[in-house]
Design a protein around this ligand. Structure first.
Ligand code: 1HN
Length: 352
């Protein structure tokens, strides 16, 4: 057991040593041991919810301020109130709302962090990964693997908005962040639309398939398929008291997560269902695809309750218990760093 205060024989001698060794770039561990090694995790992120209806006008207005081309990516970043200036939604994840208007192209580039998109609104938008296009619809979950060339476009009408989530903080922390800009606006056209979904996402694999990258070869998980699966499964009352009906998006070639560094989930809660409080060490980003209700995040006096409805986004900081009460049947997407923690052997959960 770590004692509350270190047993320092002489405070003045310790302070004196601290001062003298500073010039030799030495710091006594006992000065900060208890600050670092706490019984439970210290978390900077705070519970927070963004009401889409409230922030939508600013997202739309961003098109008057800058073009997608000029901005490279025209995004309003979802910055957690506990991480001001860090531009992060949780301690380990970045998230933002990206707008693209008809005819615009967000130019091709690639970077080491992985990006995922969860489509919020619009029709006629697409992402191309290495020249292969996938048209996006609300509720679709789309992945841009590490170091894959990608550009976005919009050939429909009206605004097209999605939520981006990236593992930027993790990759920056590791010192492995590289970016490259493609010399043309768009990467040359590649395989036909949704080729990889048909090739790898139909419970078959091409004979002789060899895995080339860590990421799933599927980069589009259409909402129509996801919703159909949830609809079928819900008929059997598969309700986990803490999660309702919760599924993880996977790489069909391995059964592992769809993204090597971000775990992604979709859950359905029937009307009137309240999840039992649950916490885990993976903080996360939640986006409401359907429904409305309330979510309580945190414990004791620090607990906060937010009303949610379709398209709202909320942050659950790690090790904060949360409970969702579905007023209407709700479908909620989430992205967390669970897979990283699991691989490192430090992930914990607590069902309360
Ligand atoms: C990025 O490349 C995209 O490709 C979106 O759409 C958001 C945030 C930080 C760094 C790169 C995109 C991003 C980003």
């Amino acid at each position: 057991m770590a004692s509350a205060a270190p047993n320092i024989a002489s405070r003045s001698a310790s302070a004196d040593l601290t001062q003298r060794v500073e010039r030799d770039r030495l710091v006594p561990l006992w000065n900060f041991f208890n600050d670092w090694f706490t019984p439970v995790p210290k978390v900077s992120a705070q519970p927070y919810l963004w009401h889409y209806d409230r922030i939508r006008p600013a997202v739309i207005e961003s098109a008057d301020v800058i073009s997608a081309k000029e901005a490279e990516r025209r995004v309003l970043v979802l910055e957690n109130p506990g991480l001001i200036g860090k531009h992060l939604i949780t301690d380990t994840l970045y998230a933002g709302l990206q707008l693209i208007t008809p005819g615009e192209i967000a130019p091709a580039h690639r970077h080491s962090p992985v990006a995922l998109r969860f489509v919020i609104e619009g029709k006629g938008g697409y992402t191309a990964v290495a020249g292969e296009r996938t048209w996006m619809e609300p509720g679709d979950f789309v992945v841009t693997p590490s170091w894959a060339w990608h550009d976005h476009g919009h050939e429909g009408e009206g605004p097209f908005v999605w939520m981006d989530v990236l593992d930027v903080p993790l990759i920056r922390f590791l010192g492995a962040n590289f970016t490259e800009h493609y010399p043309e606006e768009r990467f040359p056209e590649g395989p036909p639309v949704n080729d990889s979904l048909h090739r790898y996402g139909s419970n078959m694999l091409p004979v002789g398939y060899e895995r080339k990258a860590l990421a799933s070869p599927i980069f589009s998980y259409p909402y129509s398929r996801t919703r159909e699966a949830l609809e079928r499964l819900k008929q059997q009352d598969e309700w986990d008291p803490h999660h309702g009906l919760k599924m993880e998006y996977i790489d069909p070639t391995t059964g592992g997560p769809a993204i090597p560094t971000i775990s992604t989930f979709i859950q359905l809660l029937p009307q009137g269902f309240t999840t039992e409080p649950y916490r885990s060490t993976d903080g996360g980003v939640y986006c409401v695809a359907e429904g409305s209700g309330t979510v309580k995040i945190g414990e004791g006096e620090a607990a906060q309750t937010f009303e949610y409805s379709k398209r709202d986004i909320f942050a659950v900081p790690c090790w904060h218990p949360y409970s969702i009460q579905a007023k209407e049947e709700s479908v909620i997407f989430s992205a967390t760093d669970r897979i990283v923690q699991t691989k490192l052997g430090v992930w914990r959960e607590q069902r309360q």
